[in-house]
Design a protein around this ligand. Structure first.
Ligand SMILES: Cc1cc2nc3c(=O)[nH]c(=O)nc-3n(C[C@H](O)[C@H](O)[C@H](O)COP(=O)(O)OP(=O)(O)OC[C@H]3O[C@@H](n4cnc5c(N)ncnc54)[C@H](O)[C@@H]3O)c2cc1C
Length: 311
């Protein structure tokens, strides 16, 4: 087996996952994260995100097949979809609620970080030098942002905490939606905006809706804001064309591996990390392995997105 050292740029979901798989196979791995531990903690608010099931497969079971056990905050089977007329539909669907960020012990990043350190990954922070990395896991390329998320963490949201709420209203989240979830104590409310020309207005539209929209007014009444959330995302029309940067492989959002319909990238970041590592371990073609695993998923999500954009 090849045991040359592997270098990975980016120390979040996709980078840490790749590193864990490699070191567990005896390949020495160094992760180079550009931020310092302190700036990661102070510049990021932990928040709740949705880990969605695809193809009727539980994403946590998919990860277990790659020998990766991650714990969600909770699992939810009820989703409340709300449209502009405020009619509500409750459907049964499996979602896991996960915490992302670097502060609380139970965030996905910290679960992965502790596994990485246990398996012997060399984790370097403030790594700004020009490393020749075999794996690029640097997240959304700043020049390619085509999804924008903005929202708040709250204490005391008035929602049922065994439900995910999805609000579809172009006046609030253009071509996207607002998601609201709670762990029973802290809740997260995020607007996911897919209309580039309206990215600068994301916060303004959300704040206006929190003040005026009857459902959001009720949900946030008496709740206290404990943090702000903001960030861009990138879905590629065809991520299979963006998997290589010279001789390096790109995992996660660096390659636009995202659900173009919904802006959910956690499952893709982690699974592409596992599959990227597999390609290095077994000297197999990364693109072929990804195609074998995901098939037409990205194409189908993009077709849905194109329909939503042209509504
Ligand atoms: C507000 C918001 C809400 C979201 N909600 C959901 C959700 O509910 N469900 C879901 O599935 N997805 C969600 N996503 C998307 C999901 O968070 C991303 O798809 C996922 O984090 C991508 O993981 P990644 O490891 O590829 O990139 P990132 O998590 O962005 O990590 C990239 C890392 O690389 C580091 N880095 C960058 N450049 C360099 C460099 N040159 N050298 C070294 N290090 C570098 C960064 O500091 C960072 O730590 C959301 C995104 C946002 C912004």
């Amino acid at each position: 087996m090849d045991t040359r050292e592997i270098h990975i740029k980016g120390g979040s979901l996709s980078g840490l996952t790749t590193a864990i798989s490699l070191t567990n196979h005896g390949i020495p791995t160094t992760v180079h994260e550009s931020l310092s531990q302190t700036s990661m903690k102070t510049s990021n608010t932990d928040f709740l995100s949705i880990l969605r099931a695809y193809n009727k497969r539980d994403p946590l079971d998919e990860l277990k097949e790659f020998k990766l056990n991650l714990k969600p905050i909770k699992s939810i089977r009820r989703v409340c979809k709300i449209n502009p007329e405020f009619s509500e539909t409750v459907i049964n669907r499996d979602y896991h609620i996960v915490r992302v960020g670097v502060n609380a012990k139970d965030t996905l990043q910290n679960q992965l970080r502790s596994k990485a350190l246990k398996s012997g990954v060399d984790l370097k922070f403030e790594a700004k030098g020009n490393v020749n990395a075999e794996v690029i896991a640097t997240g959304t390329p700043k020049t390619k942002i085509n999804i924008f998320g903005q929202g708040y963490c709250f204490e005391g949201l008035n929602i049922e905490d065994d439900m995910v709420y999805l609000i579809y209203d172009d006046e609030i989240a253009p071509r996207g939606y607002v998601y609201i979830v709670s762990d029973g104590k802290e809740g997260t409310l995020v607007s996911v905006n897919f209309e580039k020309s309206k990215f600068p207005k994301t916060k303004e539209l959300l704040d206006l809706a929190i003040r005026n929209n009857p459902f959001l007014k009720r949900v946030t009444k008496g709740a206290v804001v404990t943090g702000c959330i903001s960030g861009g995302g990138y879905y590629s029309r065809d991520p299979y064309l963006e998997l290589y940067d010279n001789k390096s492989i790109c995992v996660g959002e660096a390659a636009g591996l995202q659900d173009a319909t919904r802006g959910f990238g956690i499952r893709y970041a982690i699974l592409s990390g596992c599959i990227g590592a597999q390609s290095i371990i077994d000297h197999e073609d990364y693109c072929l392995l990804l195609k074998k695993y995901f098939g037409d998923e990205f194409k189908n999500n993009y077709i849905e997105r194109a329909k939503l954009q042209s509504r």
